[in-house]
Ligand binder design. Structure first.
Ligand code: M6R
Length: 344
């Protein structure tokens, strides 16, 4: 698992290679080229996946809405496949799967295919069932993911989703800026990995707690879900991923000094909102581990511990901010003596 976490910069590079021209913001995804015109006629997009791939899909949803301008929803494959839904008219369906073999995702794909929908795949394993049965698609090129916990695949999924949104959307100044910033992400992930030892030491300090909240908003809501998922899967510690704004609708009642929160509070338009969440947690004596932007000195006064990450644009923050989550879960799991590569 640690090896795959450290492959983060490499897999982001691999997913962009030959596809992105950061100088002018153009993106070329061979596997989608024949469908681009058809996709641009669509009035809705549904992203369907499970687990970590679903969490990546949630970032994709925001990216597609922002850059492609098409209403997008993310659905759990295990729900979508059984629901008696009214099929969306003129929609395209994107299935995300590292393995390309997840039973629920495959069943959901077959349901969409039976309805003669345009189906796309974002798959890592070449030639897998989902890759074969979708109309068109893009490979992650992340190499085999051996660890059960998905780490590097998540980063490559986010890379490809960004490329897809940029390719389909208009070439605005904002889109060009994202393209240029995407090219810098491997270096920024490398920067986080250089502080792996201190992140893992911090994780060991919290390894004795039995419950954790993970909070994020906007693009970082997905990071909160993913952080909680990793901790559960690898360390068998109860963790809940929540959107910051939902805390006051019930979950905050659980907070006390025995229930720490990992809060993603990087500098973006929702920073002040996250600060309010942290203040509410502190008022209930909850401990806070903040994932914050380098240079944010204010957060030190509020949080019990801070993990600093390099700044980037909000749309790409999940690619940087998820890395401390992966390292944290890894260190807690190993600290408890578990085999994190093949969790139960
Ligand atoms: O191969 P897939 O991406 O379709 O797998 C989906 C989930 O089973 C997977 O992401 C799972 O949640 C991870 N093991 C979490 O780390």
């Amino acid at each position: 698992m640690l090896k795959e976490i450290f492959e983060g910069p490499e897999v982001v590079e691999a997913a962009m290679r030959g596809r992105l021209n950061p100088a002018n913001g153009t993106v070329k995804l061979g596997g989608l080229e024949e469908e681009v015109e058809e996709l641009r006629k669509k009035s809705a997009l549904e992203i369907i996946a499970c687990g970590t791939s679903y969490n990546a899909g949630m970032v994709g949803e925001l990216l597609f809405e922002e850059f492609f301008g098409v209403p997008t929803e993310t659905a759990l494959a295990s729900e979508y496949r059984y629901k008696h839904d009214a099929p969306m008219k003129n929609a395209a369906y994107l299935f995300i799967s590292q393995s390309g073999e997840t039973a629920d995702t495959l069943a959901a794909l077959r349901k969409a295919n039976a309805r003669k929908c345009l189906t796309l795949g974002l798959v890592n394993v070449v030639g897998s069932s989902i890759a074969r049965e979708t109309t068109a698609g893009v490979y992650n090129h992340a190499g085999p993911e051996i660890g059960v916990a998905s780490t590097k695949a998540f980063l490559s999924q986010l890379t490809v989703l960004t490329l897809m949104a940029l390719m389909l959307g208009r070439k605005t100044a904002a889109a060009k800026m994202i393209a240029a910033e995407l090219a810098k992400i491997p270096k920024k992930i490398g920067n986080v990995l250089r502080s792996a030892d201190s992140i893992m030491n911090l994780a060991r300090k919290y390894a004795g707690y039995h419950d954790f909240f993970y909070l994020g908003r906007g693009y970082n809501y997905s990071v909160a879900l993913e952080g909680a998922l990793k901790l559960k899967e690898i360390s068998y510690v109860h963790a809940e991923g929540y959107a910051g704004g939902e805390m006051k609708h019930g979950p905050i009642a659980l907070i006390d000094e025995r229930f720490p929160t990992v809060a993603v509070v990087t500098k973006n338009a929702l920073y002040e909102k996250m600060i309010s969440n942290i203040e509410e947690i502190k008022a209930r004596r909850g401990k806070v581990i903040a994932v914050a932007t380098i240079g944010d000195t204010m957060i030190k006064k509020l949080a019990d511990d801070v993990i600093y990450v390099p700044p980037t644009v909000p749309q790409l923050e999940p690619m940087v901010n998820v890395v401390p989550m992966q390292l944290f879960a890894y260190a807690v799991g190993v600290g408890k003596g578990y085999n994190v590569d093949t969790p139960r």
